[in-house]
Design a binder for this molecule. Sequence first.
Ligand code: NAI
Length: 328
Amino acid sequence: MKLLFYAAKTYDMKSFDPEAAKYPDLRIDYIEHELDKRSAVLAKGYDAVCAFVSADVGEETLRKLKDAGVKAVLMRCAGYNNVDTKAAAELGIYVKRVPAYSPEAVAELAMALALAVNRRLYKAYNKVRENDYSLKNLRGVNMRGKTAGIVGTGKIGAYMCEQCRGFGMKVIAYDVYENESLKDYVTYVSLDELLRTSDLISLHCPLIDSTYHMINIDAIKKMKDDVILVNTSRGALISTNDLIEGIRMNKFLGVGLDVYEEETGNVYEDRSDEIMQHSVTSRLLSFPNVMITSHQGFYTKEALEAIAQTTLKNLADAVAGVKTENDV
Ligand code: NAI
């Protein structure tokens, strides 16, 4: 089995190489470039390719992969909004993903962001490093007794509910399918009610047509003043321009984002010496109550090991022509 591994980082090799040793006939070649319509031709002679969240797995890319003889696209992530699944099915290319590698990892980052923006930890850290021990602009609120509104109560959202309960919060949720296992302490409400009554709103639903820009200016206007908004799911759940308008309306106590609309092109790149042109991200970062991390929700030791395990199992299944619950 030959696998071309796109957008490889050192940490990928560290987690995949030990796992690959369990498959004697497997060869993995790692390359730095992400999978897109230009780099797809590099996959000639490989059985499968492995790609990540910033890949462009649209129809043109898939056609080039097909011409190159590739049988499977292995997404080493849960979300697959960047894959044209219809085109893949028409071309007979398997697309497999890692639906659950460590939902706790993402939920824990969501809570970390909520706490960090509430208590302005990013400011406090820098202040103390500069011998500024004043408390100016650091005041937060207690989480205990507040209402957490969780949008999407699948694997990650369920852990977020559990953590919020642990903090002594009242937990409400909105989902198109209600999670029975949460019902002894989570109250399901309409999205409208969740927006109107939550002190912390955390997004954990996938990016699909019906969730694109679900947080727009109308939704933001419904929110309580001084709400904390956290997104660790996909950037386009929130309209960035509307978020900026909402921040300027003083709606938010804090905004914590692990994902944002402009992240493709940024994710896992060091662009610190570049002059950013027309970047709404830069504008977002200019606000004192916004903290952005770069899609690191999944980035724990346990999650990386689970991703490597499932992805190579997906490869073996794809080569053997076996369909599993990891197919998209
Ligand atoms: P999941 O599939 O277990 O749960 C998603 C939930 O969203 C389901 O309960 C589903 O019914 C619900 N949902 C679907 N449409 C909805 C709608 N219109 N309104 C409200 N809820 C809706 O997925 P999981 O594993 O919990 O992941 C959630 C998202 O987190 C993924 O789609 C992915 O985009 C993101 N993610 C982010 C990571 C990061 O590193 N920041 C890592 C892993 C996932």
